[in-house]
Design a protein around this ligand. Sequence first.
Ligand code: C2E
Ligand code: MG
Ligand code: MG
Ligand code: MG
Length: 277
Amino acid sequence: ASKENGKNMYTFYARDMNDHLSETMLLEIELRKALERNEFYLLYQPQIDISTGRVVGVEALLRWNHGKKGLIPPSDFIPLAEETGVIVQIGEWVLRTACLQGKRWREEGLPPLRIAVNLSGRQFLSRDFVSSIQRTLSETGMNPEQLELEITESMTLDVNRSISTLRQLKNIGVTISIDDFGTGYSSLSYLKNFPVDCLKIDQSFVRAMLTDANDRSIVSTIIALAHNLNLRVVAEGVETEEQQAWLASCGCDELQGYFISKPIPDTELHRFYRQCS
Ligand code: C2E
Ligand code: MG
Ligand code: MG
Ligand code: MG
C-alpha cells in the first residue's frame, strides 16, 4: 500500500509541476504578445528636491494591463521577462516611450525634468545596448542630459565591462543611478571607479529608519558616502512627513515616495508640477 501511495504522490507532484509549467509558459507567450497588443504603459513617480520642494525628475514605472487578468505588477512579470529574454524588447519599448514622453512634456511647457528608466541586467549586458540607447535618443529627439538610467549593484558583477559600458553612456551625456543601493554587495572600492551620478537609498532602509537605529545609521551613512563621492542621493519609499524631515536633517538631496506622490499617468504631471511650484 505504501508503494501505491508513493506512486500517487509522484503523479500528484508531477501534475502539480505541469500546471505550474504551463502557467509559466502561458504567461511567457502572453508576455511576448503584450507588446503588439499595446498592453504595456508607463506611470511616472515624481522626485522632488528636498530643499525647494520642486519636482526635478520622475521615475518611469512599467505597468502591464493583461487582457484577462487585469493589472499585473512588475514584480510578477519582470523576472519571467528577464529569464526568457523578452525583457530586452520590453526594455527598448520602455526607453522609447519614456524618451517620447520627455520630449512631449517639454513641448507642453514643462521644464527639462530628468526621466529615470529602470534597466534589467540582460539589457545592460546586451552587446548593442549603448548603440540602442544612442539610436533611441536620436530617433526621439530626447535630450540625453534629461535621461537617467537606473542600474542595480547585481548588474555590475563584471566590473571591467560595466565600467566600460558606463563610460560610453557618460560620453553620450546620460546620467546613471544605482537603484536599491545598500541591498547588493558591491564593494565600496568599485563605487569609486564607477562613473555614476546618483545613489538611490533602498526603501527597506527608509521604511525602518525611524524605528530601527541600525537602519537610521545606514541611511545617514549612505547620504554621507554619496556626498563624499560627489554623488547625488535620492531616498526611495518616503511615506511620512517624519521620514521627510529626518532625511532633510541628514542632507539628503531628493525624495521619492507615496508621501510626495504615487506613480501617476503622464497627463497628471502638469497638475503635480504646478502644485509644488
Ligand atoms: P524600483 O525601481 O525600486 O521602483 C520603486 C518601486 O517602489 C515601485 O514599485 C514604486 O511604485 C514603489 N514605491 C514608490 N514609492 C513607494 C512608497 O512610498 N512605498 C512603497 N511601499 N512603495 C513605493 P513598482 O512600480 O511595483 O516596481 C517594482 C520594481 O519593478 C521596480 O523597483 C523595478 O525594479 C522594476 N521595474 C519597474 N519598471 C521597470 C521597467 O521599466 N524595467 C525594468 N527592468 N524594471 C522595472
Ligand atoms: Mg528604480
Ligand atoms: Mg528601488
Ligand atoms: Mg528595484
